[in-house]
Design a protein. Structure first.
Length: 576
């Protein structure tokens, strides 16, 4: 029997429900300790032959359990295995299964990554410009720094290390791994930009984050040592400076440790302790600090190895996005997989891509494209995998959910009808712990068991997610509500349109009007009339923008997304 939140749950009842799913061959339901509710209901599944991938099947089973069982009974965690351990009597050995799952849930993601590197020490595992690191060099550098940090943190129950280095440099990755091995929380001070590695946080914002998180150590490189000293000089209780080398008497030398003195078998960490704090831009201009626990880093590593990034060959990841942000999880996966040979996967995130541009990329690179839709707070929400890119009908979508998703109707707060537009709400093990130091904002975003993203989407009968913009972007014009993303999509399917942004302009009478800004491909001949006719034909005359303005480039926000507020402001200036 499993006891959860005061309820008695009989595993056999849950198993019978899951076994009714055609993709389940065998299942064992067990209870694992839960600090808040006593026990967590977990299911270990042997998939039937021909079943979908683990990630897709997990989503199906979570939904299946939620439909068939009371909310306290359906499993919140589903693991997969090739076979269940059996007693001589033929019954499942659940005690051994529970012990295996408990060990896996506490498995440190850095230990797993370093184990992968140890298997091929002579291979190049990291390459930036002219610098190359073998797996042995990288591993020893991480362990050396971790040895110094663990001694530095003796007696500190919750150390915090802030990192300020050249973005996408080896130091950025090495310092995160070393600090996490030593049991510290890592706070990146590079940027709130998840797309542009060159975009940097202002000094005032960095000081505010240092103060808010209570960092005890500020790790820098040579390029940022003076900036680090200046930051510390303006704080009442400054953190100590540290670096991967000798940078002066005021800087702790993390290269002075002994890699052999750090025993990976002794590494212990609370899986719900924050591993990384990622700063994202907020509407108020004050960065939001998203705290992600160690268990989520481990989940990302395991899910990637079994999901879209599963490969018999070592993965090669070309990191064009800042690795201090969410894309750092892909770095973990690539390093854990092996060596550097040729590109095996191209991942794009941040904003929807034009279907015509995706078709071109597919012709150039082949079936190696993966689109990930997600948020920093919720991690991946849906994926359009390499095989999905071969279907032209899917290129304008966000793929299929990898988390439990509901589309919340904005009118009734109930689930939207299939194909209806509403807010994307997510429930998954990969959701953030919360916003560091901001409990009210956390409560407003994560409520009723769901994380509310503020993104508008629809889910069709085939389980495919389509994005329709942000909740605040809906334009009320011509007597109807228009989602700018829908009009952008129609403009982007025109073969001569490279980029498109549809935005709202409010006139002096507070009436909203739809406008479009486009960038055309070289040697294009289409004019505004052709684009307007396409919108009217594909949607309706009421969806036609009041104006279509041609640009050489479109302005972007710090997150690398179209800056529609600036476009609206420029329009108002030009019409004054």
């Amino acid at each position: 029997m499993i006891i959860r939140g005061g309820y008695n749950i009989y595993p056999r009842e849950v198993e019978e429900v899951l076994l009714r799913h055609p993709a389940v061959a065998q299942v064992a339901v067990i209870g694992l300790p839960d600090a808040q509710l006593g026990e967590e209901v977990c299911a270990v599944v042997v998939p039937a032959a021909g079943s979908p991938g683990d990630d897709k099947l997990a989503v199906e089973l979570l939904a299946h359990g939620r439909d068939e069982l009371a909310s306290h009974k359906y499993p919140r965690r589903i693991d997969f295995t090739d076979e269940l351990p059996l007693r001589t009597s033929g019954k499942v050995l659940k005690r051994g299964l529970a012990a295996r799952l408990r060990a896996a849930s506490h498995d440190h993601y850095v230990c797993r990554m370093l184990a992968g590197l140890a298997a091929a020490p002579g291979r190049i595992c990291l390459w930036r410009k002219d610098d190359q690191l073998t797996a042995r060099q990288f591993r020893e550098t991480v362990l050396t720094a971790a040895d110094v940090l663990r001694r530095q943190f003796a007696g500190d129950p919750a150390p915090v290390v802030a990192v300020l280095t050249v973005t996408n440099s080896p130091a950025t990755i090495i310092l995160r791994y070393a600090a996490n091995l030593a049991g510290a929380t890592v706070v990146h001070l590079h940027s709130t930009n998840a797309v542009d590695p060159t975009d940097q946080l202002a000094a005032d914002a960095r000081r505010e984050i240092l103060g808010r998180t209570g960092a005890t150590l500020l790790a820098v490189d040579e390029e940022n040592a003076d900036a680090g000293r200046e930051l510390c000089g303006k704080l009442p209780e400054p953190p100590r400076l540290a670096a991967l080398g000798l940078l002066g008497p005021d800087v702790l030398d993390l290269s002075s440790g002994d890699p052999d003195a750090f025993d990976l078998d002794t590494v212990q960490v609370d899986p719900d302790q924050p591993a990384v704090v990622i700063c994202t831009s907020g509407t108020s201009g004050r960065p939001k600090a998203v705290a992600m626990p160690y268990r989520v880093r481990a989940l990302h590593l395991e899910a990637g190895r079994r999901g879209e990034f599963k490969s018999p060959e070592p993965l090669v990841y070309l990191a064009t996005l800042p690795v201090c942000n969410s894309s750092g999880a892909v770095v973990d996966l690539a390093l854990a997989s092996g060596d550097l040979s040729s590109i095996t996967n191209i991942t794009y995130v941040g904003s929807p891509a034009a279907p015509a541009r995706l078709a071109e990329a597919l012709n150039v690179f082949g079936p190696v494209l993966t689109q990930i839709y997600g948020t920093t707070e919720a991690s991946p929400i849906s994926v359009l995998g390499p095989a999905d890119h071969l279907d032209p009908q899917l290129l304008a979508t966000a793929g299929r959910p990898t988390a439990e998703v509901r589309i919340r109707s904005l009118d009734s707060d109930e689930d939207a009808q299939p194909g209806g537009i509403g807010e994307v709400c997510v429930r998954s093990p990969s959701i953030m712990l919360g916003y560091w130091g901001e409990p009210e904002l956390t409560a407003a975003t994560a409520r009723d068991g769901w994380l509310h993203t503020g993104d508008l989407s629809s889910l069709d009968a085939n389980g495919v997610l389509r994005l329709h913009g942000r909740m605040g972007e809906v334009v009320k014009t011509n007597g109807i509500k228009i989602h700018p993303r829908d009009v952008e999509h129609i403009l982007l399917i025109h073969p001569e349109v490279a980029q498109a942004a549809v935005y709202c302009v409010v006139d002096d009478d507070h009436v909203e009007h739809l406008h479009a800004a486009v960038v055309m491909r070289p040697d294009s001949t289409a004019d505004a009339g052709a684009l307007i006719r396409q919108v009217a034909a594909e949607l309706s005359a009421k969806h036609v923008p009041a104006s279509v303005v041609f640009h050489d480039v479109l302005p972007l926000t710090g997150m690398g997304k179209l800056d529609k507020q600036l476009l609206a402001a420029l329009h108002n200036l030009e019409t004054c």
